[in-house]
Design a protein around this ligand. Structure first.
Ligand SMILES: [Zn+2]
Ligand SMILES: [Zn+2]
Length: 348
């Protein structure tokens, strides 16, 4: 099937219209018409080959919401017309221990990313959601619960699950003390989800510029990390810190804020950090951890949780042809809090 999307042809080119083929449906495949696609920092990193693994041309986009238009002969879970979503993965080995217990993101053979990843059958590069149509095997398709505003669901598929999974992994619930570092696409979801789980939530910022925003999102407190007195007073006061900062940074101001056995989990930065001191780790059995999106089962659980609690991202809707400007604004953190592309604006 021929479709159209927006692709980068190389690291220095702007995204531009690109006509390409979607594969014929395999027995377990679902075809969908993309209605909305969120804009993630990974889209920008991949378009510019910041991580060195981009396969060009690349159509980014892994926060995808749409309607089923066709299903393969063996598909059981979905039918034409269903509201569905696709996140950061479109395939995995489906056989290893990680896949078996529903953590396909840690597949021993490596998951297949939604874009710029070799297809497990043909070896061709996968292409993402900045396109009219998508074909994905049914195991990697999520069901969008009724009641959620479809135009705001898309960012849940990456920003949502990336923050939901560590909240669940470290057993956040009523009374948990959670801090969130960085109030962007990921951070604002971490706040909403942790509040939804009943936690006491504090946002950390270098200045108090985002204090009002944090409170508006439901946070109970705001801590200014450059205020030494306030930071000293907050020592040993958190069970979990979700660190969403997407660039190299210094963990040392944050580690003493953890209580004994507390965990700081990194979900934004993939790469080097400034050297952390082991003193707060050793003296308080504190942990530094990382976390990558979430499995398919957990992603569905997150969507159902958001429907039950009516939790949705704050979105700014854009047209497909505004994507290059949106990338520039995202780099300046000039978005509250996630761009979502209305794919009806992409003319075929
Ligand atoms: Zn993402
Ligand atoms: Zn596997």
């Amino acid at each position: 099937m021929q479709t159209i999307g927006y692709a980068a042809q190389g690291p220095d080119t702007a995204l531009a219209p690109h006509v390409f083929e979607r594969r014929e449906l395999r027995a377990h495949d679902v075809a969908l018409e993309v209605q909305y696609c969120g804009v993630c920092h990974s889209d920008l990193h991949t378009a510019r080959n910041d991580w060195g693994w981009t396969l060009y041309p690349v159509v980014p986009g892994h926060e995808i919401v749409g309607r089923v238009t066709a299903v393969g002969s063996a598909v059981k879970r979905y039918k034409v017309g269903d509201k569905v979503a696709v996140g950061c993965m479109v395939d995995s080995c489906q056989e290893c221990d990680q896949c078996e217990h529903g953590e396909e993101q840690y597949c021993r053979e490596g998951m297949t990313g939604t874009y710029s990843s070799p297809d497990r059958v043909t070896g061709e590069a996968t292409q993402g959601g900045y396109s009219k149509h998508l074909v994905v095997r049914e195991e990697f398709v999520l069901s969008v619960p009724d009641g959620l505003d479809l135009s705001r669901v898309a960012p849940l598929l990456c920003a949502g699950i990336t923050t939901y999974s560590p909240l669940r992994t470290w057993n956040v619930g009523p009374g948990s003390r959670v801090a969130v570092v960085g109030l962007g696409g990921l951070g604002h979801m971490a706040v909403k989800l942790a509040v939804g789980m009943g936690a006491q939530v504090t946002v950390l910022g270098r200045t108090d510029a985002k204090a009002a925003d944090a409170k508006a999102l439901g946070a109970h407190a705001f801590l200014v990390s450059s205020d030494e007195k306030a930071m000293a007073a907050a020592q040993s006061s958190f069970d979990l810190i979700i660190d969403t900062v997407p660039v190299k940074h210094d963990l040392n101001p944050y580690l003493p804020l953890l209580d004994i056995d507390g965990t700081l989990t990194l979900v934004g930065q993939i790469g080097p950090l400034d050297e952390p001191s082991t003193v707060p780790l050793v003296l308080g059995r504190r942990r530094v951890a990382g976390s990558l999106i979430g499995g398919i089962r957990e992603t569905q659980e997150m969507l159902d949780f958001c429907a039950e609690k009516n939790i949705l991202p704050e979105c700014e809707m854009i047209r497909m042809d505004e994507i290059n400007e949106a990338f520039e604004r995202m780099e300046r953190s000039d978005v509250r809090y996630r761009f979502v592309i209305d794919m009806a604006s992409l003319q075929g």
